[in-house]
Design a protein around this ligand. Structure first.
Ligand SMILES: Nc1ncnc2c1ncn2[C@@H]1O[C@H](COP(=O)(O)OP(=O)(O)OP(=O)(O)O)[C@@H](O)[C@H]1O
Length: 227
């Protein structure tokens, strides 16, 4: 059974002038456990919208998104939130860390709704693995941008999700740290047999993937991807 299976996914936005613009129009995409796919896309091409539809943060106008055996489109918003918390790790472009909490607590909170609940030892081990062993008790505003991004990566991976979505996950890191963080994301996904769907415009990031698709060219034409 695929970890992610979507069909005929469409999403339009209304412009401030009231015109409807279709931003996502994807015919089919299937990812099995352990598969890793990168989508190359320029700014504004709809990549974040696409990931938000898969994560159930946004609701599509039509089409289907199935995570393992659960149809996202059939769920209420709170059910989608629960499914996302238990099965999906999302590394957001803007991190979305909770400002009032330490790095360690941010990772533990990310685990609270997962299958194993909050696990301090695992949270600490992941933060050590992203090079933040000496920043466990720092709050986001006491961390550099790149350090915040690494906390976000640790949080997304903490639950051993079946599906990991990553939106420019290394966009704020220097090339060396970016390479390490990307390696970490890919290794943890491989260890857990998780599927990984990453979007980026960075050629160094894309070069690490065996499977790369051009999102900008293919979205809108109702494209289909099967690895
Ligand atoms: N709530 C909204 N209402 C109207 N238009 C929107 C809305 N959200 C996004 N858009 C438009 O949809 C398009 C795609 O936005 P999206 O954030 O998905 O792009 P992206 O490819 O992730 O870009 P970036 O890499 O710059 O983050 C943009 O042109 C944007 O103006």
């Amino acid at each position: 059974m695929p970890v992610l299976s979507l069909q005929n996914l469409r999403k339009s936005y209304r412009s401030p002038a009231g015109e409807s613009t279709m931003v996502v129009n994807v015919g089919a995409l299937t990812l099995a456990a352990g598969q890793q796919l990168a989508l190359r896309g320029v700014s504004g091409s709809g990549k974040t919208t696409f990931l938000n539809l898969i994560a159930g943060i946004l609701r599509a106008d039509s089409g289907s998104v199935v995570i393992a055996d659960t149809d996202m489109m059939a769920l209420s918003e709170s059910q989608r939130d629960r499914l996302r918390a238990s099965s999906i790790g999302y590394v957001f472009q803007t991190f979305n860390l909770l400002q009032g909490y330490t790095a360690l607590d941010n990772v533990k909170l990310g685990m609270a709704f997962g299958p194993g609940g909050a696990d301090r030892a695992r949270a600490q081990a992941l933060l050590e693995r992203v090079g933040l062993g000496d920043r466990l008790h720092y709050r986001p505003r006491q961390l550099s941008t790149g350090q915040q991004q690494r906390v976000a990566v640790a949080r997304a991976l903490a639950n051993r999700p079946k599906l990991v979505l990553a939106d420019e996950p290394t966009g704020n890191l220097d090339p060396r740290t970016a390479g390490e963080v990307l390696r970490l994301i890919r290794d943890v996904c491989a260890e857990n047999d998780a599927a990984l769907l990453l979007v980026s415009h960075d050629d160094d990031v894309l070069a690490q993937f065996d499977h790369v698709q051009d999102f900008g060219a293919l979205n809108g034409a109702g494209w289909e991807v099967a690895l």
